[in-house]
Design a protein around this ligand. Structure first.
Ligand SMILES: [Zn+2]
Length: 136
């Protein structure tokens, strides 16, 4: 056995274990119903703006408002709620060691929460900060 065949064998072994791992990952429940056949039917096309609102957050099961895609997750489109989206954005910024995490998150969170707050105010009958309608 020379050096080349050892390297070749090591490469073959690596590729074999990679394909075994891949089969294992694709059979995992988070990839659908646990079969390779169904793996082909996972969400590869993004949800529409209306469609996403009908979905539940993949993480916490609250109403979804947007969707995320992760390469290691087979690029499946995952519905996600407002709060999980905000948390996920913070997580990624922190991971990237962004120097302006707090500033960026303050802006992003207020943009994301504004429509929800406005909806809540409307439901409470608050207009322009006044309960019960606009003052003359
Ligand atoms: Zn959530």
């Amino acid at each position: 056995m020379n050096c080349d065949s050892t390297a070749e064998e090591a490469f073959d072994a690596m590729m074999r274990s990679y394909s075994e791992m891949r089969e294992e990952v694709e059979a995992a429940p988070s990839f659908g119903e646990g079969s390779r056949k169904k793996y082909k039917w996972i969400r590869r096309i993004p949800y529409t703006e209306i469609g996403i609102k009908r979905m539940r957050c993949f993480r916490c099961k609250k109403q979804a408002h947007t969707q995320w895609q992760i390469c290691a997750d087979g690029n499946q489109w995952r519905p996600i709620c407002v709060m999980c989206d905000i948390d996920l954005n913070r997580l990624v910024l922190e991971f990237m060691r962004d120097p302006d995490v707090e500033l960026k998150m303050a802006i992003y969170a207020s943009e994301m929460l504004k429509p929800i707050l406005e909806e809540g105010m409307k439901a409470l009958g608050v207009h322009d900060g006044v309960v019960g309608g606009r003052s003359p």
